[in-house]
Write a protein that binds this ligand. Sequence first.
Ligand SMILES: Cc1ncc(COP(=O)(O)O)c(C=O)c1O
Length: 386
Amino acid sequence: MWEIIPPMATRPTSAGPLPDRIRHRFPIFERLVYVNSCSQGALSDAVRESYAAYLRHWEEKGAPWEYWVERTEAARGAFARLVNADPDEIAVTTSLSAGVSALASGLRWARRSKIVTTDVEFPTVGQIWHAQESRGARVVHARPEELERAIDEDTAVVSVTHVSYRTGERTDVGEVVRVAREHGALVLLDAYQSAGSIPLDVKELGVDFLAAGTVKYLLGSAGLAFFYCRRELWDRAWPTATGWFADEDIFRMDASRYAPSPTARRFQSGTPPIPSIYAGIAGIELMEEIGVEETREHVLHLNAHLVAGLDELGGTVVTPRERERHGALICVRSNDVEELVAALGRWGIVTSERDSNLRISAHAYNSLEDIDLVLEALTRHRHLLA
Ligand SMILES: Cc1ncc(COP(=O)(O)O)c(C=O)c1O
């Protein structure tokens, strides 16, 4: 049975109304303390029902492609609303990698050959850029705070993560954009670890490209992602990683030429991932209903409580503490992180690990009690904290 540590005077004692309002829609909380949204958002009743609807429509109608194409447009619209873009600026892709690969395949490296990226990116991003070395690109990795020194007149693209998947640190995007602009470089933001947990506005951020998927804080499932390309840049890239859903006229069915869409749809590929689109729309709409802004404030409150508790335990919090320097994810150093994740699992607490760090990632549905249970379990396993 759980033994809950009494709240300390210095810790906030109320979680606010958010989890009370929505938690019943996520059945996993009947059994587990789920603080692993950096890996996969919890399954909601709405997303479960969306899969049932997909099967029902398929069974009842056979091949309702008109409706499925309309659903693809609904997904495009939902993500556009989320990031304050125009739907024409969004490509519907099957993964973040697919969108970024389409971009990379369409850029040329003759005039500017350098790609500047950080050392805290998700592997797929680094790998995609390094694949461009065979086409003449050069990749330079830097610490986020050292990017300014790495960006110069030969820099074509600056590719940064919004929130790092393995340290939880949040990039000062405004600063990156400012430096990149000074040198005429384009900026790509990997917003996978922020979409759904931090309000996003591509116009305020000032980025040229942004990619994110629905698996984590957008509460969808694997198989759906989005790629934003600022309107003014649509014809700067001619993707060679392409497919018929990127064509200027999908239903012309013309195999005799390459004529990509004039809009961001040119970054798409083949048949859209219809089942994941049902789930993705349900997830994004649920987050719209819950409210990303309110979620952000709620999770900041939970994380302040978590970090205060970790300090009392003498743990090493790897994630920067300042409000503007982290997202939902808090990383804690461990001397045997696999054992720590397994030990928490035996307490019914779901977390994950990367790079010797325990990852604890709260979302709208988590309560202060969840965080207390995590702290209590960590107290019992103090010897596994570094
Ligand atoms: C920051 C970040 N980028 C990218 C990805 C994955 O991208 P993809 O959709 O290509 O698998 C993840 C997911 O784990 C991530 O955390």
